[in-house]
Design a protein around this ligand. Structure first.
Ligand code: MN
Length: 244
């Protein structure tokens, strides 16, 4: 199996090294990752300047790794062009959760989405960070179990996976779509100039069966996603009631 690995935290993230190590148990692995952090870039692509791909000096224990001066989606577009027909694209492990409405901003998920747009299975993997770094040794068997679960089926599906800090088991979930606050926090820089921090805060408690609920309850959340955003009910109503 050919496994292409990307992320949005950049090629020097401990999360991508942990994922590359685990993925190498499943097949041949190559890493194409941004040269600097690209978190919250969503599905941006670079079209106004050329991109470069450079062999990375980082040691991935014999795994070929390349750094790209572009977005997570660029990494997957270039990686699948340079390394033909990978069977799956894994993105992560992101240092920070990608739950509920965070999916709209996530560069981690966008890399997996880019794979599915190209007809390749895409899996995004994320975990929260408390204090210094996530305990990837502790997560290792749960990441392996999740990949075992998702890699048996070859169809080009999209999955969003989130690991709690201390998982107990794996659960199928749906996206939590509750009201949230795209919050702006004003502050001042050391020169006394006005600056703003942008953040996202969930306003409502998580509903049972959702991704947020699962991670809050110590479960690995696995959400199957689709690319078609069409509101089918609304479309049906429009077609029948509002003839154009
Ligand atoms: Mn990130």
């Amino acid at each position: 199996m050919k496994i292409l690995i990307a992320n949005d935290d950049g090629i020097y993230s401990p999360g991508i090294m942990a994922l590359a190590k685990i993925a190498s148990r499943f097949g041949e692995v190559k890493v194409y990752a941004p040269d600097v952090e690209q978190s919250s870039m969503g599905h941006a692509i670079t079209h106004s300047r050329p991109l470069t791909v450079k062999a990375s000096p980082v040691t991935f224990e014999g795994i070929q790794a390349y750094r790209v001066n572009g977005t997570p989606a660029d990494c997957v577009a270039l990686g699948t062009f340079l390394w033909e027909s990978p069977d799956v694209v894994l993105s992560g492990i992101n240092m920070g959760p990608n739950l509920g409405n965070a999916m709209w901003h996530s560069g981690t998920l966008a890399a997996a989405k880019q794979a599915v747009l190209l007809g390749i299975k895409g899996i995004a993997l994320s975990t929260p960070v408390f204090g210094t770094e996530p305990d990837f040794e502790l997560l290792d068997p749960f990441v392996e179990d999740t990949l075992n679960l998702l890699l048996t089926d070859k169809r080009p599906q999209l999955f969003n996976v989130n690991f709690p800090a201390h998982p107990t088991s794996i659960a199928w979930t749906r996206q939590s779509v509750r009201h949230y606050d795209g919050k702006v926090i004003p502050s001042t820089d050391p020169m006394g100039r006005k600056i703003y921090w942008s953040t996202v805060v969930p306003l409502d408690p998580a509903e049972e069966g959702t991704d947020r609920w699962a991670v809050e309850n110590g479960l690995v959340s696995v959400t199957p996603l689709r690319l078609d955003l069409t509101d089918e009910n609304e479309l049906r109503e429009k077609v029948t009631r509002q003839k154009l």
